[in-house]
Design a protein around this ligand. Structure first.
Ligand code: D41
Length: 474
């Protein structure tokens, strides 16, 4: 430190008690950068241009380089740091991480059954008013415990078996949405529990980058998020854009917990933690059913995957009366939606000729119920995608159907084939009209060159014309 150039004169003369101008500037920069990061990552409402943020960030970096004694663990410059690990250190949870009971009845009756049980266990009768529930989304990610001491993030751990997880602090620090320092009240100890997940657009962009590099694409956002959290190289983890939502507490010292779950989420949001906006306080079974229905309609349009909704008795006093059994609180339940991914087997690989002549490989499948309907065909997109996924006839594959989008084969389950199965080869002639199948130089899609002469193209063009997106003819 002594050999560092002195950028600002006079600091060595400042008395130890008064902070130097550099220390004050560094503290001010940290506060500014924390506030801007919160606006940018959590509120999605940037208050300054990126270039301005970068300038302040560079100024703080320079200050810290010149005065290493000014560096603090919660500094915004300390998000990406650390070295490649050999493995993760086990962490014993100060308070066990419970799990959540799942209601597998995906119908409204699932919510009724939960409310009926809660009323019975609380000893309520028909004349008592409805129970108030906090209803929220069930994010399809990975449960994590964030430990803040005096408002500073000190450890992030996976759930593990609930008693003991793994220290993934290095990787979690790279998640822009997770504050390195809490705002406002700073309890001695505050453990925040929530879900680390990957947004669909971040997942798509990541896969696009993988394709461009000719590397393997990831199967789904959940697995990718889980892989990123358990990535041993923090530099690689930082390239997998993750997000976070808080939904509960672990150990707490020096903080008066709010009296309700909804109040807790409000308090966590006020401290700068990301809390999902899709949450309500619902009254009784009717309120839960309404929430379940409303979110089902929203599901496909959400920027991230959910696999259900979660109901929690809102009052902490009532939660305490209900307690928990075998690691599951009796006051909470996850009410699932039909799965959007299922395993099935490929019976054949055919091609389909589209409206514009694009020839798409399609997997014929053993029918499966996925995303609310039975699926027996799923797109393989193009030959390059098909090769990358290595899918052959007879393979076990994961099929995904989310909303209105065409069902797709997202990948295969690795298992040895019993005998040799030839690879799929693109046809040289259109299976419908016999015209040559061509692919533009550097292009991805194969096309039938028959144009409107091809009956398949004619049929698809007519369907398109009459369809909902065009003339909307019934
Ligand atoms: O969104 C979720 N995946 C979610 C998970 C949620 N919204 N709330 C949760 N609440 C709890 C309790 C009731 C124990 C605080 C949870 C989980 N637990 C959980 N998920 C995985 C393990 C525990």
């Amino acid at each position: 430190a002594m050999s560092q150039p002195v950028l600002f004169g006079g600091s060595e003369l400042a008395p130890a008690s008064a902070p130097s101008p550099e220390a004050e500037r560094a503290a001010a920069l940290r506060e500014l950068l924390h506030a801007h990061a919160h606006r940018y990552y959590v509120l999605d409402d940037p208050s300054i241009p990126d270039a301005e943020y970068d300038k302040l960030f560079a100024e703080l970096q320079a200050l810290e380089a010149a005065h290493p004694e000014l560096l603090t663990p919660d500094s915004p410059t300390q998000r990406v740091l650390g070295k490649v690990l050999d493995g993760f250190t086990p962490v014993r949870h100060a308070v066990p991480m419970l799990s959540i009971r799942t209601e597998t009845d995906t119908e409204a009756s699932g919510a009724e059954a939960f409310d009926a049980r809660i009323r019975r266990e609380l000893g309520l009768t028909e004349t008592d008013p409805p129970v108030a529930y906090a209803a929220e989304l069930k994010f399809d990610g990975l449960a994590i415990n964030l430990r803040y001491e005096h408002g500073v993030l000190v450890t992030a751990a996976t759930r593990g078996d609930g008693e003991q997880g793994e220290d993934v602090t290095q990787n979690i620090r790279t998640v822009g949405q997770i504050p390195l320092k809490l705002q406002g009240a700073v309890p001695e100890v505050l453990e925040v529990r929530g879900e680390v997940y990957m947004r669909r657009d971040d997942f798509e962009a990541l896969n696009q980058r993988q394709r461009e590099k000719g590397e393997k694409t990831f199967v789904n956002p959940r697995n990718t998020a889980a892989g990123a959290v358990r990535q041993l190289d923090p530099a690689l983890a930082a390239q997998r854009p993750l997000s976070f939502y808080a939904y509960g507490l672990g150990q707490v010292e020096g903080w008066a917990e709010p009296a309700t779950h909804s109040g807790l989420l409000d308090a966590l949001a006020a401290m700068g933690l990301p809390v999902c906006e899709h949450r309500v306080v619902a009254q009784g079974a009717d309120g839960l059913i309404e929430f379940h229905r409303r979110i089902a309609a929203l599901r496909d349009g959400l920027p991230f995957d959910i696999d259900g909704v979660v109901y929690k008795v809102n009052s902490r006093a009532q939660q305490q009366r209900l307690g928990f059994v075998s690691r599951e609180p009796r006051w909470a339940v996850a009410h699932k939606y039909p799965a959007q991914e299922q395993l099935t087997q490929v019976e054949a690989i055919d091609v389909q000729v589209g409206r514009t002549g694009a020839i798409t490989p399609v997997a014929r499948l053993v029918p499966v119920f996925v995303g609310g309907t039975t699926v027996s065909n799923a797109t393989l997109h193009n030959v390059f995608e098909l090769r990358r996924k290595g899918v052959r006839v007879g393979d076990q594959v994961i099929v995904r159907r989310a909303g209105d989008v065409i069902p797709e084969v997202v990948g295969k389950v690795d298992a040895a084939r019993e005998r040799y199965i030839p690879n799929f080869h693109m046809l040289r002639a259109c299976p419908v009209c016999g015209s040559a199948v061509l692919r533009e130089k550097g292009g991805i899609d194969h096309r039938c060159s028959g144009g409107i002469f091809c009956p398949a193209q004619r049929k698809q063009a007519l369907l398109h014309f009459a369809g909902r997106r065009a003339m909307d003819i019934e």
